[in-house]
Design a protein around this ligand. Structure first.
Ligand SMILES: Cc1cc2nc3c(=O)[nH]c(=O)nc-3n(C[C@H](O)[C@H](O)[C@H](O)COP(=O)(O)OP(=O)(O)OC[C@H]3O[C@@H](n4cnc5c(N)ncnc54)[C@H](O)[C@@H]3O)c2cc1C
Length: 290
């Protein structure tokens, strides 16, 4: 997400420094957008950055930061101006996670994994050179990055992978003889093919050097809800085995219906909830009144 953003909006120094480290896997990034009081209403974020010479002093609290425990860098949104429209007082910062004053506290999710974390900033000094796009210009940068995120989350590969596990399980359990199951399976298969075709159209625009508009929200909704439908069918098909925590052995490895079902629940929340994506489509694409 941050690589394409730096290519578009970073300074030459930022591109030269960060891009090779991203490619080499030397820098692992996490995303510091959400706060306890700022999720869907992201512009309400409160983590502050106050200028002190060539540095900012950052104080605040981010939450739901995926893989913050494994990352060594965070890109984050901070408030640099409390006056005026809230979108106009936001700045986009690049911060090494080993900077003194940063504390990462893991959160255990429903699947019992510490997949995300809270990140606390206590008088953290960040050079002004780490701003992308200029002070108080972070909202534009934040939205550009979300566009890249929605392409990533909109990729049909997640639904395709879930479908391949369902197929393995259905073959092992002889479910294709059941016309009701076969009908649901084929409907999903066709939907995934349509989704893949739509995805390829968006990617082709990017490959041509074009920019993608708010219509990319469609991919996010479609992909995440399809993925959930696949895991729901997997749970139904597994019947009484759906409740067990471990895997069901098939010829192509173990399938974990409950794990997949739970794992697909947050997809409609992260990256901007699907309700909010529908609002974006209604306003920015269909031009419906607020
Ligand atoms: C697994 C996971 C990983 C995440 N990873 C990250 C990460 O790495 N970095 C990061 O910054 N954030 C991350 N998030 C946070 C995620 O972006 C937020 O959870 C999401 O934006 C929703 O915000 P919220 O949780 O504050 O819910 P809220 O904004 O409080 O929303 C609560 C409910 O109200 C609905 N709602 C809110 N506003 C509206 C509206 N205007 N119209 C209609 N419905 C509305 C929402 O759809 C939702 O159902 C992650 C979340 C999850 C679940």
């Amino acid at each position: 997400m941050v690589g394409p953003l730096l290519i578009q909006h970073g300074s030459q120094e930022q591109k030269d420094y960060y891009l090779p480290k991203i490619l080499a896997g030397e820098h692992i990034w996490c995303q510091g957008y959400s706060e306890p009081g700022a999720g869907s209403d992201l512009a309400s974020l409160q983590t502050s950055a106050v200028r002190d010479g060539d540095d900012y002093i950052v104080n605040g609290h981010k939450i739901w930061t995926t893989m913050a425990m494994d990352a060594n860098m965070i890109f984050m949104l901070v408030r640099t101006n409390k006056e005026g429209k809230k979108q106009e007082g936001i700045t986009f910062l690049l911060v090494p996670l080993d900077t003194p004053g940063i504390t990462v506290r893991p959160i255990i999710n429903l699947g019992m994994h510490d997949e995300f974390a809270e990140v606390f900033f206590d008088d953290v000094r960040v050079p002004v050179a780490n701003v992308v796009g200029g002070e108080n210009k972070g909202w534009t940068i934040a939205k550009a990055l979300l566009g890249h995120e929605r392409i990533f989350i909109g990729s049909p590969k997640f639904a395709i992978l879930a479908m391949s596990r369902l197929r393995s399980f259905a073959e092992s359990a002889g479910l294709f003889g059941d016309p009701v199951f076969a009908d649901r399976f084929i409907r999903l298969q066709l939907d995934i093919q349509d989704l893949s075709a739509a995805y390829k159209r968006f990617v082709a625009v990017l490959k041509r050097g074009g920019t993608i508009g708010p219509e990319v929200s469609m991919l996010k909704i479609w992909n995440t809800e399809t993925q959930q439908r696949v895991t729901e069918l997997t749970m139904d098909a597994a019947a009484e085995h759906g409740a067990i925590q471990g895997g069901i052995e098939t010829e192509n490895g173990a399938v974990r219906p409950a794990g997949e079902f739970i794992g697909s629940r947050p997809t409609t929340i992260y990256g901007g909830s699907n309700e909010v994506q529908r609002n974006i489509l209604a306003k920015a694409v269909l031009k419906l009144p607020s």
